[in-house]
Design a protein. Structure first.
Length: 131
């Protein structure tokens, strides 16, 4: 476990993307922020889907983490906007057990929400430094 933690910290020091965590469950968003901050040097900005709309149309690349609490129509709208305006952004979807898969091709990484902390941190560290 120590090696995964060290790899994560090392990886995120190489030009990491800033992170937006998008969802409706504020407690879950805060918990995700704490987990990332405790295991890396990354900073996370948590926003609702409505607050994400303006930065989603920006050209600055970010890592976007989408919670499974977002309605499918809003999720697809945001992902398409980000892909259109900021093709260097990276999109991570945390997927609920009962959610459909038709929109999965919009995302760089799909992770079941029940996977746990280590797979989540691996996805974040990998995508945060992706070129």
């Amino acid at each position: 476990r120590a090696s995964l933690l060290e790899e994560t910290k090392l990886a995120v020091r190489h030009f990491p993307l800033s992170i937006f965590s998008v969802g409706r469950d504020q407690e879950l968003l805060r918990q995700r922020e704490r987990i990332i901050a405790a295991r890396s040097d990354l900073r996370v900005r948590s926003v609702t889907p409505e607050e994400a709309e303006a930065p989603a149309r920006g050209t600055t690349p970010h890592l976007w983490i989408f919670c499974n609490s977002i309605e499918i129509a809003k999720l697809v709208y945001l992902a398409c906007s980000i892909r259109r305006y900021s093709p260097n952004s990276r999109l991570l979807r945390l997927k609920g057990a009962l959610q459909s898969s038709f929109e999965d091709s919009l995302f760089h990484w799909i992770l079941p929400a029940s996977e746990g902390i280590d797979p989540f941190l691996k996805a974040v560290s990998t995508l945060a430094v992706a070129a």
